[in-house]
Ligand binder design. Structure first.
Ligand code: FES
Length: 105
């Protein structure tokens, strides 16, 4: 089942290499912007469950603030040896009203 969260946040509220944490239907989701595109991932590292809110974005990779695993925002895949479990990713788009819309499974 796909659920669409309408009117998440205005797309203009997030700048390149910035993250914004939102709660959608009880899920802690991190909205990210990298290279002009928007991404949405679970806001919990797959290594030791740290929140990724303050992770730095570089070249479409989000770094976990705790131990530094980098996740590809496009696929959720981690780089490095600490975890091989990908982050869950969600489709996010900019609607005609200028707000970000998120699709949950
Ligand atoms: S908790 Fe994220 S890398 Fe360890």
């Amino acid at each position: 089942m796909t659920t669409t969260a309408d009117s998440l946040i205005p797309a203009t509220d997030i700048t390149d290499n910035q993250t914004v944490a939102v709660t959608v239907e009880g899920k802690n989701i991190l909205i990210c912007k990298a290279n002009g595109d928007y991404y949405a991932v679970d806001n919990q590292c797959t290594h030791q469950r740290a929140e990724l809110t303050n992770g730095r974005i570089r070249n479409c990779y989000l770094a976990c603030p705790l131990h530094g695993v980098r996740f590809d925002l496009r696929t959720g895949m981690p780089k490095g040896e600490l975890t091989r479990v990908p982050l869950k990713t969600y489709p996010v788009s900019v609607a005609e009203d200028g707000n970000l819309h998120l699709e949950l499974d």
